[in-house]
Design a protein around this ligand. Structure first.
Ligand SMILES: Cc1cc2nc3c(=O)[nH]c(=O)nc-3n(C[C@H](O)[C@H](O)[C@H](O)COP(=O)(O)OP(=O)(O)OC[C@H]3O[C@@H](n4cnc5c(N)ncnc54)[C@H](O)[C@@H]3O)c2cc1C
Length: 245
């Protein structure tokens, strides 16, 4: 099942919870592996349990959300010793019949002012934002966000803020701050940087696109250059969100 068809189904059924995750490419099974997330929501917030075929025992197993060990774009299923062992066959999600919006992220904040807000309104806005920032997969190849948004401690954040008072950030808790990797990359002067056919996407520096004939070497060269350049400027080592095979 295509993930976004599932989100559309939830929205059509007036169920709340999945609308911020609209238009993320991929399938439902992968959502539970990757712990997909966008605009302040992670799919782990919705998952109740995951059913899978254990290829070691050929038996079916069920994992509760806790047992899936979800973290930022991470899960039990990505552990190197378990990778490929479980084939997810069903994911159980819990959604809400009553309004339960997450509108804390930048461009979604304006929706707080809408009087009769529906999940469909949020979905449409999310799709609009994503289309304006991210390359359309059918037109320009990419792996989506290439790097994770780094979470740093507050003292390091204050140091950055002293040079860049306008730097975007999100408080994770009293001690930790999440900084958009796209901002770090753009501020390091890498917008449009090119290695062979691979390019840092001009409209969203978090994305590396294939301009037509990128080889895997081009992509690896470019992402390492991004890591080194950002590290030299901010002393933050970006880690890839994509799985490098
Ligand atoms: C333009 C673009 C935008 C994106 N935006 C976002 C975003 O906003 N947020 C986000 O989180 N991600 C985003 N992504 C990344 C991507 O959409 C997600 O990682 C998605 O979950 C990938 O789905 P897939 O079906 O293509 O899985 P794949 O990439 O094929 O697989 C991902 C991993 O899951 C495993 N897997 C897949 N299906 C199963 C299964 N049934 N059982 C067991 N293992 C399985 C694979 O082996 C692999 O390890 C974006 C990607 C693109 C191209």
């Amino acid at each position: 099942i295509v993930w976004d068809d599932f989100v559309q189904h939830c929205v059509d059924s007036n169920l709340y919870g999945a609308e911020n995750l609209s238009y993320i490419p991929g399938e439902v099974g992968a959502s539970a592996v990757q712990n997909i997330g966008a605009y302040g929501v992670e799919v782990k917030d919705l998952i109740v349990k995951v059913e899978a075929l254990d290829t070691f025992t050929s038996g079916m197993v069920t994992f509760t959300a806790d047992e899936c060990r979800y973290g930022y774009r991470d899960s039990l299923f990505k552990r190197p010793d378990l990778a490929g062992r479980y084939i997810i066959t069903a994911v159980h999600y819990r959604l809400w019949h009553t309004p339960r919006y997450t509108l804390d992220y930048g461009p979604l904040k304006e929706l707080r002012e809408v009087t009769y807000l529906t999940p469909a309104t949020v979905r449409n806005r999310v799709i609009e934002i994503r289309r304006s920032k991210l390359p359309e997969p059918s037109e320009l190849g990419s792996a989506g966000s290439f790097f994770k948004n780094p979470v740093i401690d507050k003292s390091m954040w204050r140091h950055i803020q002293s040079s860049y008072p306008e730097a975007p950030h999100y408080d994770v808790d009293d001690n930790l701050v999440k900084v958009p990797a796209g901002w770090l990359i753009e501020t390091s002067g890498l917008k449009g940087a090119v290695e062979g056919g691979a390019m840092v996407y001009q409209r969203q520096c978090l994305v590396i696109v294939n301009t037509g004939n990128a080889t895997s070497d081009d992509v690896v060269k470019l992402y390492r250059r991004v890591q080194a350049t950002v590290y030299n400027r901010f002393r933050i080592m970006l880690s890839p969100e994509v799985n490098v095979i």
